[in-house]
Design a protein around this ligand. Structure first.
Ligand code: AGP
Length: 350
């Protein structure tokens, strides 16, 4: 087990350290012919649904920002809720982008089968080559993050974002919103991010460790806006799984519409500075500071935890890492079985 963990005390930490290399691998392993086919199918679709659960759903939410930029409307729906959506809308011409790290999650497989019966085309995104999702898909894009052992997903999340971003750029080639240069730029942006993350990770781990005492409370908020809003959701999920802390992720603007009532003296709030909406961010920082909340900021220039500067579209990758590290460190501080949280399994097959 020690060897498999490469000297790290837990798989979760090892897998966070795998992220920089996995990002590049995930991009380079995507085959042009499948990307072309998948993007053509999305471009020609009558409607597009992106489904997944948990972390995979959050990656899907991030991709909705990519697709909207290139003029493609997508519906992002939990695979657990998809069967209760208006299935009458699913017919020949519908496209389902089904995301599942394990490729075995029952909610995903069930929804995929229902959609197939109605004539939809299935584009599968999974980290598991021989999985049920891979077999049920008409076209399948591999995540190629390498095996992920810890129940709290880390590197598969960041690699899924790479796959979906690349798919969106290919789709943009059809809609005329992107050209070949955008692909070249994406490649170099991923390589740059990967390199900078490798050099910053140890420092970030220390910064996360230093912040963790402030977070050792019963409950906390994580908040951001724009393309980093799903990172607030994903960060909160990591705190629940790895540190068994009640955590809620929300949009910065929504924080002001009720949740702020709990943000009193000593209540921890993690704020991720958004790539957009700086004014809103400053307003929220002031509002919670005035109430005496404990604030931890994540930003690429002036945060308590400084992330790596990258493009707006890749900033969710940069911003999730400190949250993964803080959730991990809080779990360690509490002596929890981080890789195998009580009663949780890697793939929910019920
Ligand atoms: C992530 O940390 C969780 N363990 C969980 O939410 C997970 O993402 C979800 O169950 C979906 O799993 P999948 O990607 O294998 O389908």
């Amino acid at each position: 087990e020690i060897v498999e963990k490469g000297g790290f005390p837990h798989f979760m930490l090892k897998e966070i350290y795998d992220i920089p290399l996995a990002l590049v691998n995930s991009f380079t392993s995507l085959m042009e012919k499948y990307l072309s086919l998948a993007s053509m199918i999305i471009y020609g679709a009558k409607n597009v649904y992106i489904i997944g659960n948990g972390t995979s759903l959050h990656a899907g939410l991030i991709s909705s920002y990519y697709f909207s930029e290139i003029g493609i409307n997508v519906n992002v729906v939990s695979a657990a809720e998809f069967p209760y959506y208006a299935l009458d809308n699913i017919s020949t011409g519908s496209v389902i982008v089904a995301i599942s790290q394990s490729g075995e999650t029952s909610d995903v497989i069930r929804s995929v089968k229902m959609a197939k019966q109605r004539g939809a085309v299935i584009l599968g995104v999974t980290n598991s080559v021989g999985s049920r999702l891979a077999l049920e898909s008409n076209v399948y894009l591999p995540i190629t993050a390498g095996p992920e052992m810890a129940v709290p997903a880390t590197k598969t999340f960041t690699s899924t974002i790479i796959v979906l971003k690349t798919l969106s750029v290919y789709t943009g080639l059809h809609s005329g919103k992107n050209d070949k240069n955008d692909l070249i730029n994406l490649k170099s942006e991923i390589e740059k991010l990967s390199k900078q993350l490798s050099t910053r990770l140890q420092e970030m781990e220390k910064e996360a460790e230093n912040s963790v005492e402030k977070l050792d409370k019963e409950s906390l908020y994580v908040s951001s806006s724009g393309i980093n809003y799903p990172i607030a959701l994903e960060g909160a999920l990591k705190f629940k799984e790895a540190s068994m802390t009640h955590a809620e992720g929300m949009q910065l603007g929504e924080l002001l519409h009720g949740p702020i009532v709990l943000a009193n003296k000593g209540y921890p709030i993690i704020l991720i500075k958004p790539a957009e909406a700086e004014d809103l961010y400053n307003k929220v920082v002031k509002a919670v500071r005035d109430r005496g909340s404990i604030i931890i900021t994540i930003s690429d220039n002036d945060g308590d935890i400084r992330t790596v500067k990258t493009s707006r579209d890749l900033s969710p990758i940069s911003n999730i890492i400190p949250l993964q590290l803080m959730a991990y460190k809080l779990g360690v501080r509490r002596g929890l079985p981080i890789d195998t949280p009580p009663g949780l399994v890697k793939a929910v097959i019920i």
